[in-house]
Design a protein around this ligand. Structure first.
Ligand code: WTA
Length: 657
């Protein structure tokens, strides 16, 4: 079935699921939200911002005079951590649970808002003692444990800027991110539990910092999680627990300008180097909290919310570390993998904590779907009343399974489209308002202006597809790429004058609902994580065997897309090599070491040539045809049209595991 054909089928989706009467009656988001935002968009956002605590109120909502560099609420001052913690304690909610932590081995820990406040204040004082000042960068490389969130909150509290690096990334990836941000401090742990084992983290930090590789780093603060042995540099390393034990208990949060930087988060782009996406405070927290409350229908004090994302991704920032805390929510965080000790783990957690709102990724849903309903049927999931999806398009089949099996055929599903760059949710149903449609993210949220444009920048009508664009600035928009304003303009703002181009294809159906069709650039989406083809190609050619490499994303039933690589080996390497399977294994391990296991190609084809145009551009479209086992498309623009015959002839011999 061709892709076009599949999309046509999707668009004929007839099923509709209206929220129940009870749900509508008590829903947080009412239809007036759309009306208010429509009547005066900026005033609507100012209203949302006023729900935060401002040390100094703002008088101007948006300054767009230096577009595309936005300033939101920029004469106001606030403290993000004060908004996430102190104000709830001051309002008398100190005893409310903020975090239910579930460790993979089964250990549990509960933090009330008051507990969290005490910890974050001490951690802020530890940072100050280590010389961290407002604007300084702090790298965080940690497992999903409460200290990770405490660290992020403490960094924000003192006005420093965190750069969280996903714990699954390699020492090399960590080093390049530390260098790019010029981080002064690294906060890490000895290890974390994954799949029943302690998995070390500190050695990767040691390797990243070895030989003066990251000269900006003065200290490494290490949380003791697993008790595994670690190397120690007495002049540099400090135990978190020891520093916290002697830290001052009091810390008064000061206000920072609304445009003060909050964090950098690196994400893959179309060229080799990851981009440091920069977010600031006032606008970011406004939209993270507004969306968290309205999209998930959060009733604080009643709901138990669980987002399964790791803090290494944007979802773990906006919908674990910031949005829920800003709203005074009670949330679950879980350290490990869904299959540890068995595939019932998540459902056991839902049952144990009576989770009411669950936010996860289609790739996880599809993994469970493959296992069938039996695993899930052993648990009581009746507490669930809202389900969320993020990271990639959710196919209608997985959507229906999610609804029927996890949501007891009753809980509304919110399919939320957004990006690291957008900072918060942009397109999503609102659970008490929208008639849900399986597979579609449906409508822009109140306050968000989206269009689908054709290649010339003309808006397309209902029933047509094109490029997804955001036509008006929004509060949690990225403020730039760290250290590279030109790349920021070029990447997002040059395709269409004055309009943000998201890199995704999309289509309106006849009702005007939006269907996301995946990336239109050379960025892949593997298990909801963005990986750039260029990044993996450069990792491959950094191996001594490889002369040239081309990487494409191929459709994969579970992970959405899978990494498929085509490599040309160096002549000098050919003699010394074993079988193709060995070569493939070596190269896959090499990519894991260079970037992280997540980037390992599923399949590597060793080829003699790559299909190129006369101007030397690799024609990925054709490689994608090979990778997805379809007839090869139009080859007339190839410099050498016979290349594809040779490559596709080799298709069946690819090595994978
Ligand atoms: C994709 C994750 C379809 C999209 C929050 C986007 C989605 C990229 C959806 C951003 C969705 C995210 N439906 N596609 N609901 N959510 N995407 O930066 O291609 O890791 O551009 O942010 O994921 O990935 P990122």
């Amino acid at each position: 079935m061709s892709v076009e054909h599949e999309i046509e089928n999707l668009l004929h989706e007839q099923r509709r699921f209206a929220p129940s009467k009870d749900f509508v009656a008590s829903a947080v988001a009412k239809p007036e939200l759309y009306e208010k935002a429509k009547a005066d968009r900026l005033e609507f956002w100012a209203d949302q911002a006023r729900k935060l605590h401002w040390h100094k109120p703002f008088t101007q909502t948006l300054d767009w005079s230096d577009a595309p560099f936005a300033k939101w609420f920029h004469d106001g001052e606030l403290n993000v951590s004060y908004n996430c913690i102190d104000r709830h304690v001051e309002a008398g909610w100190g005893k409310r649970v903020a975090l239910f932590f579930e460790g993979e081995p089964g250990d549990r820990k509960v933090y009330t808002y008051l507990d969290l406040l005490k910890e974050v204040k001490k951690a802020a004082n530890v940072l100050i003692k280590l010389g961290i000042e407002p604007g300084d960068r702090v790298a965080i490389y940690m497992p999903m444990i409460p200290e990770a969130i405490i660290a992020m909150q403490a960094v924000a509290r003192v006005g420093a800027v965190h750069s969280v690096v996903f714990g699954g990334f390699s020492a090399d990836s960590l080093a390049s991110r530390i260098q790019d941000a010029g981080a002064k401090l690294v906060i890490t742990a000895d290890g974390g539990y994954r799949k029943g084992k302690a998995s070390a983290l500190k050695p990767a930090v040691d390797e990243a910092l070895a030989n003066g590789n990251c000269p900006s780093v003065e200290n490494v603060l290490v949380v003791k999680r697993c008790g595994n042995e670690v190397d120690w540099d007495k002049n540099r390393d400090l135990w978190w627990e020891e520093e916290m034990a002697v830290a001052d208990a009091e810390h008064v949060a000061q206000g920072f300008n609304a445009e003060h930087p909050l964090f950098i988060l690196y994400t893959s782009g179309t060229t080799g180097k990851p981009k440091g996406i920069l977010h600031t405070t006032g606008g970011y927290l406004t939209q993270a909290s507004y969306t968290h409350k309205n999209v998930f229908d959060l009733h604080e004090g009643q709901d138990v919310y669980w987002c399964t994302a790791d803090i290494g991704w944007i979802t773990g920032h906006s919908y674990v570390a910031y949005g829920p805390l800003a709203n005074g929510a009670t949330q679950v965080i879980y350290e490990g993998t869904p299959d540890s000790p068995d595939w019932g783990r998540w459902w056991d957690i839902v049952q144990k904590y009576s989770v009411t709102i669950l936010y996860t990724a289609p790739t996880a849903i599809r993994s469970f779907m493959k296992l069938g309903r039996t695993v899930v049927s052993h648990y009581d999931l009746s507490s669930i009343r809202v389900l969320g999806s993020v990271g990639e398009p959710i196919n209608p089949e997985a959507w229906m399974w999610y609804r029927e099996v996890i949501g007891s055929n009753n809980a509304p599903i919110v399919d939320t489209w957004w990006q690291t760059e957008t900072g918060a949710i942009m397109i999503s149903p609102l659970p008490g308002i929208t008639q849900a449609k399986p597979g579609s993210a449906q409508v822009p949220l109140p306050g968000i202006e989206i269009k689908i444009l054709d290649d010339d920048g003309h808006p397309v009508d209902k029933g047509h597809g094109g490029l997804l664009a955001i036509t008006e600035p929004w509060p949690s928009m990225l403020r730039g790429i760290w250290g590279d304003p030109e790349r920021f303009k070029e990447t997002y703002w040059s395709k269409f004058e004055g309009i943000y181009f998201a890199g995704d294809g999309a289509k309106f159906d006849e009702d005007g609902d939006i269907w996301l069709l995946g990336r239109v650039d050379d960025v892949m989406n593997v298990s909801g994580h963005r990986l750039s083809t260029a990044e993996i190609e450069s990792a491959l050619v950094s191996h001594a065997y490889v002369a040239e490499a081309a990487v494409v994303g191929a459709k994969d039933e579970t992970t959405g897309q899978a990494v498929v690589a085509f490599v040309i080996l160096k002549r000098s390497a050919l003699d010394g090599l074993g079988s193709e399977a060995d070569t493939s294994k070596i190269l896959r391990e090499h990519v894991a070491k260079e970037i992280g296991p997540i980037a390992k190609p599923r399949t590597i084809f060793v080829v003699a040539e790559l299909p190129k145009t006369r101007s030397g551009k690799i024609m990925r479209r054709l490689l994608r045809d090979v990778a997805e086992d379809r007839p090869i498309g139009d080859v007339t623009t190839l410099a050498d049209t016979s290349v594809m015959d040779t490559i596709s002839g080799r298709m069946s011999q690819g090595a994978s595991d």
